[in-house]
Design a protein around this ligand. Structure first.
Ligand SMILES: *Cc1c(COP(=O)(O)O)cnc(C)c1O
Length: 358
């Protein structure tokens, strides 16, 4: 760094920031973006109408308290409105939580590999990351409990885990939470909760209810198909919800996003039908990949994980040539979003041709 450039925090020199999933490379015919776990479906007509109507009033600031959305969420989820906070995606809420606990010496525990936003948001918040390796692609909750010290302020439990797709069971989570001190916050990141079908996987809203140090993060980005509008929510007890309200950038959830989220809750049954289609496709894709001989961990999310290690880049390139953008996490593997049947068939064909060529 030359002396004549502005001086920034040293932590910024160490990381590259968030890298979003790439769009597909231009190819002959239809291409598919399978790199960001988005919904493959366009917004419902009713949601589009709410967006159009909200667009007519954007000369005004949004409701900073997001009262209508928070009331709709509280009613839908059966929790007190005071337990709900909204943010700029659940990533925004993760940042607000880390801002609320982060200071030099504070430790943040998460599994690794997990959601790639955790490391850099932890760094930005001036806290220290403690990464606990996955075991068989799953959270090793006993090891995470053992990693807690009196410096630990927050533990992320990402379930289903991005990018491996595995989810924690109720028994594992209860045993873990019983070992966490009351002054350490546990954040269950449930970005993919609507795709969970395994009855052993807990609903975070049941878990948080009688545990004041547990909060749940959810999002409208994935199952509800509003990734482009940036709105997510936290459910936690009053002190947790109050802390994230304090660290919120003013007007962080814009008025179009608020209106679209309210309309999505009203249209939830239609959206959940789409989720069901993706779940069926997920199970089909995993089954066929297993049949082709791939290792594919069980997945409760809208993606599959291929732990390809040193072949990850090559496989990503192969998919690219087939008009499919997938998401490599070097050096561990490749995450592939489940989309509509046409995209999934293309993926299965690319996977098969890779095996024959390899
Ligand atoms: C996609 C994702 C999120 C959040 O996304 P937002 O669009 O910011 O709501 C949060 N956590 C995990 C694990 C994710 O995969």
């Amino acid at each position: 760094m030359s002396a004549d450039s502005p001086r920034f925090r040293a932590v910024l020199d160490q990381f590259v920031g968030y890298t979003p999933g790439r769009p597909p490379a231009p190819a002959a015919g239809r291409t598919f973006k399978l790199s960001a776990n988005e919904s493959p479906y366009d917004p419902l007509p009713s949601v589009r109408a709410a967006i159009a109507s909200a667009a007519s009033h954007v000369n005004r600031y949004p409701d900073n308290t997001a009262a209508e959305l928070i009331d709709a969420l509280a009613t839908r989820l059966g929790v007190p409105a005071g337990h709900v906070a909204v943010g700029c995606g659940s990533v925004g809420l993760a940042q607000q939580l880390l801002e609320a606990v982060g200071e030099p010496g504070a430790e943040v525990i998460y599994a690794w590999r997990s959601f790639e936003a955790y490391p850099y948001l932890t760094d930005l918040a001036n806290a220290t990351s403690i990464r606990v390796p996955l075991r068989d692609f799953r959270h090793d909750l006993p090891a995470m409990a053992a990693a807690i010290t009196d410096k630990t302020r927050l533990v992320f439990v990402c379930s289903p885990n991005n990018p491996t797709g595995t989810a924690v069971t109720s028994a594992e989570l209860t045993a873990f939470l019983d070992r966490v001190p009351a002054d350490c916050l546990v954040v269950i990141d449930e970005a993919y909760v609507q795709y969970v079908r395994d009855p052993q996987v807990p609903d975070g809203l049941r878990v948080y209810a009688d545990r004041p140090n547990v909060a749940v993060l959810r999002t409208f980005s994935k199952a509800y198909g509003l990734a482009g509008l940036r709105v997510g929510y936290l459910v936690g007890h009053e002190p947790v919800a109050a802390a994230v309200r304090k660290t919120m950038l003013p007007f962080t959830v814009n008025s179009i996003a608020q209106a679209a989220a309210v309309a999505s809750l009203a249209a939830e049954s239609e959206l959940l039908e789409r989720v069901e289609l993706v779940v069926k496709e997920r199970d089909r894709v995993r089954h066929e990949l297993l049949g082709q001989g791939w290792t594919v961990p069980p997945t409760e999310a809208n993606f599959v994980w291929l732990p390809l290690r040193d072949r990850s880049a090559e496989f990503t390139e192969h998919c690219d040539e087939a008009g499919l953008s997938v998401r490599p996490y070097l050096p561990d593997g490749v995450r592939i979003t489940i989309a509509d049947a046409e995209a999934n068939d293309r993926l299965l064909a690319a996977a098969a041709s890779y095996r024959h060529r390899a």
